[in-house]
Design a protein around this ligand. Sequence first.
Ligand SMILES: [Zn+2]
Length: 107
Amino acid sequence: MKGKVLREILREFGLDFYVKYVYCGKEKCRSCPHGPYLYASRREEGKVKNVYLGKADASLLAKRDEIVKKVSQLIVEYEREKRFVEEGFKKKLSDLLQDLLQGEQLD
Ligand SMILES: [Zn+2]
Protein backbone atom coordinates (compact mmCIF):
# COMPACT_ATOMS: atom_id res chain seq x y z
CA MET A 1 0.00 0.00 0.00
CA LYS A 2 1.43 3.31 -1.05
CA GLY A 3 1.09 5.80 1.79
CA LYS A 4 0.57 8.68 -0.61
CA VAL A 5 -2.47 7.10 -2.28
CA LEU A 6 -3.99 6.26 1.10
CA ARG A 7 -3.41 9.78 2.34
CA GLU A 8 -5.01 11.32 -0.75
CA ILE A 9 -8.09 9.14 -0.48
CA LEU A 10 -8.48 9.80 3.23
CA ARG A 11 -8.24 13.50 2.51
CA GLU A 12 -10.73 13.36 -0.33
CA PHE A 13 -13.33 11.61 1.80
CA GLY A 14 -12.87 13.69 4.92
CA LEU A 15 -10.99 11.01 6.83
CA ASP A 16 -7.69 12.83 7.09
CA PHE A 17 -7.24 12.57 10.85
CA TYR A 18 -5.06 14.62 13.10
CA VAL A 19 -4.63 15.08 16.84
CA LYS A 20 -4.38 18.55 18.30
CA TYR A 21 -3.99 20.30 21.65
CA VAL A 22 -5.94 23.52 22.05
CA TYR A 23 -5.16 26.70 23.97
CA CYS A 24 -8.45 28.10 25.28
CA GLY A 25 -7.17 31.64 25.64
CA LYS A 26 -8.45 32.14 29.19
CA GLU A 27 -5.93 34.14 31.15
CA LYS A 28 -5.93 32.08 34.33
CA CYS A 29 -6.33 28.63 32.82
CA ARG A 30 -4.06 26.13 34.51
CA SER A 31 -4.89 23.19 32.33
CA CYS A 32 -3.80 24.62 28.97
CA PRO A 33 -3.23 23.14 26.50
CA HIS A 34 -6.43 21.09 26.43
CA GLY A 35 -6.74 17.80 24.69
CA PRO A 36 -5.58 15.84 22.87
CA TYR A 37 -8.57 16.11 20.53
CA LEU A 38 -9.13 14.26 17.31
CA TYR A 39 -10.11 16.09 14.14
CA ALA A 40 -10.66 15.13 10.55
CA SER A 41 -10.14 17.46 7.65
CA ARG A 42 -11.41 17.48 4.14
CA ARG A 43 -11.03 19.77 1.18
CA GLU A 44 -14.26 21.35 0.01
CA GLU A 45 -14.19 23.62 -3.03
CA GLY A 46 -10.54 24.38 -2.44
CA LYS A 47 -11.02 25.12 1.25
CA VAL A 48 -9.90 22.89 4.10
CA LYS A 49 -12.75 22.05 6.46
CA ASN A 50 -11.92 20.66 9.90
CA VAL A 51 -14.36 18.54 11.86
CA TYR A 52 -14.01 17.96 15.58
CA LEU A 53 -14.48 14.28 16.44
CA GLY A 54 -13.93 14.21 20.19
CA LYS A 55 -11.36 13.64 22.86
CA ALA A 56 -8.54 11.55 21.45
CA ASP A 57 -8.81 8.76 24.00
CA ALA A 58 -7.78 5.16 23.40
CA SER A 59 -11.19 4.08 22.12
CA LEU A 60 -11.54 6.92 19.61
CA LEU A 61 -7.96 6.43 18.37
CA ALA A 62 -8.63 2.71 17.99
CA LYS A 63 -11.71 3.58 15.92
CA ARG A 64 -9.60 5.90 13.76
CA ASP A 65 -6.97 3.18 13.25
CA GLU A 66 -9.69 0.72 12.32
CA ILE A 67 -11.09 3.11 9.69
CA VAL A 68 -7.65 3.77 8.20
CA LYS A 69 -7.01 0.02 8.06
CA LYS A 70 -10.35 -0.62 6.35
CA VAL A 71 -9.69 2.13 3.80
CA SER A 72 -6.29 0.55 3.00
CA GLN A 73 -7.98 -2.80 2.48
CA LEU A 74 -10.59 -1.21 0.21
CA ILE A 75 -7.84 0.40 -1.87
CA VAL A 76 -6.10 -2.96 -2.25
CA GLU A 77 -9.41 -4.57 -3.31
CA TYR A 78 -10.10 -1.73 -5.71
CA GLU A 79 -6.65 -2.03 -7.30
CA ARG A 80 -7.16 -5.79 -7.71
CA GLU A 81 -10.61 -5.33 -9.30
CA LYS A 82 -9.29 -2.59 -11.54
CA ARG A 83 -6.46 -4.79 -12.79
CA PHE A 84 -8.93 -7.60 -13.40
CA VAL A 85 -11.25 -5.33 -15.41
CA GLU A 86 -8.33 -3.86 -17.34
CA GLU A 87 -7.03 -7.30 -18.24
CA GLY A 88 -10.50 -8.30 -19.47
CA PHE A 89 -10.72 -5.13 -21.53
CA LYS A 90 -7.30 -5.67 -23.12
CA LYS A 91 -8.15 -9.31 -23.81
CA LYS A 92 -11.35 -8.27 -25.64
CA LEU A 93 -9.48 -5.70 -27.71
CA SER A 94 -6.84 -8.24 -28.53
CA ASP A 95 -9.51 -10.78 -29.52
CA LEU A 96 -11.10 -8.21 -31.85
CA LEU A 97 -7.73 -7.64 -33.47
CA GLN A 98 -7.22 -11.41 -33.78
CA ASP A 99 -10.62 -11.72 -35.53
CA LEU A 100 -9.63 -8.99 -37.93
CA LEU A 101 -6.25 -10.57 -38.71
CA GLN A 102 -7.83 -13.98 -39.30
CA GLY A 103 -10.41 -12.39 -41.58
CA GLU A 104 -7.62 -10.87 -43.63
CA GLN A 105 -5.88 -14.18 -44.03
CA LEU A 106 -9.04 -15.75 -45.48
CA ASP A 107 -9.35 -13.16 -48.22
ZN1 LIG B 1 -7.12 26.40 28.89
